[in-house]
Ligand binder design. Structure first.
Ligand SMILES: *[C@@H]1O[C@H](CO)[C@@H](O)[C@H](O)[C@H]1NC(C)=O
Ligand SMILES: *[C@@H]1O[C@H](CO)[C@@H](O)[C@H](O)[C@H]1NC(C)=O
Length: 262
């Protein structure tokens, strides 16, 4: 799975960061960590320390209820020798985007002909969306047909692709026509998708924790070169970015649950 792969990659990066300091090529620096910091061991005095000008603007207490803690906003440019906050942010966003895509591609109830159009069919000539190989039409809410008369040799491949499309479909061949009965969507099926959505959200949160701990270890490494206050602000900023993303994931899950259980 995509998220699991991401975890593995994170783990690799985390290990790299633990082992960092030896002569490592810059591309193995963990995401967000600035390369000079990691390669600078043994080159004392080379690193510029972060200037002492204020790094944050405290926004004060947020006005909306439930947000009683003051938020920090670290100026990314002022800490770029320690960590790339943009990169950490991009990593977090990409975990979020992967979850969004997973929700829409894998966990949606689809009963219209349009849902079949983009199923990818693997033929001996390559991969094609189903609507380039066959003519898809909806005969009734419970019945879609795919007319394969233009590419009859791809019928078997098309059937296979429809079966494997994770849409709960059982196509049947009828000469050059593929009959696709659309199952009535049961409550049970909807609930099973909700359960999956929860599981996938938890996996995404695990991935997010990897990004967070990777970033935190990056910051800790800078302890000898930047002020305690900077470290504190950065840790707070990273935690805040994590919490915000978790909150967004929870929102996404709530919306998905609503959509599935209409
Ligand atoms: C949908 O699920 C499959 C199988 O678990 C996975 O490989 C794929 O990455 C998922 N798609 C998205 C967009 O996450
Ligand atoms: C399938 O398409 C062919 C060619 O366009 C057409 O002659 C045939 O009537 C179609 N079959 C069905 C069942 O729609």
């Amino acid at each position: 799975m995509a998220l699991a792969g991401r975890c593995a990659r994170r783990l690799h990066l985390l290990l790299c960061s633990v082992l960092a300091g030896a002569a490592r090529p810059p591309q193995q620096v963990p995401a967000g960590c600035s390369a000079p910091l990691l390669s600078a061991s043994g080159q004392r005095g080379v690193r510029p320390t972060v200037p002492t000008r204020p790094l944050v603007t405290k926004k004060g207490k947020a006005k909306d209820k439930g947000q009683s803690q003051a938020r920090v906003t670290v100026d990314a440019a002022s800490v770029e020798d320690v960590i790339s906050l943009e990169e950490v942010n991009a990593e977090m966003l990409s975990v979020m985007e992967a979850l969004k895509e997973d929700f829409s591609k894998n966990l949606s109830i689809r009963t219209s002909a349009g849902a079949l159009e983009h199923i990818i069919v693997t033929t001996k000539d390559g991969k094609f969306p189903l609507n380039q190989l066959g003519q898809i039409s909806q005969k009734s809410p419970q019945h879609i047909i795919v007319n394969m008369s233009s590419f009859p040799e791809s019928t078997a491949a098309a059937i296979k692709a429809i079966k494997e499309s994770r849409m709960n479909l059982n196509p049947e061949v009828d000469g050059q026509i593929i009959q696709v009965p659309v199952p009535k969507v049961t409550r049970e099926y909807r609930e099973s998708l909700v359960k999956l959505a929860k599981q996938h959200t938890n996996k995404a949160k695990d991935s997010l924790r990897w990004v967070r701990s990777n970033a935190m270890s990056c910051v800790k490494k800078a302890k000898s070169t930047v002020s305690e206050d900077t470290i504190w602000q950065l840790e707070k900023q990273i935690q805040q970015m994590t919490d915000d993303t978790v909150a967004e994931m929870d929102k996404l899950l709530a919306a998905k649950t609503n959509e599935l259980l209409v």
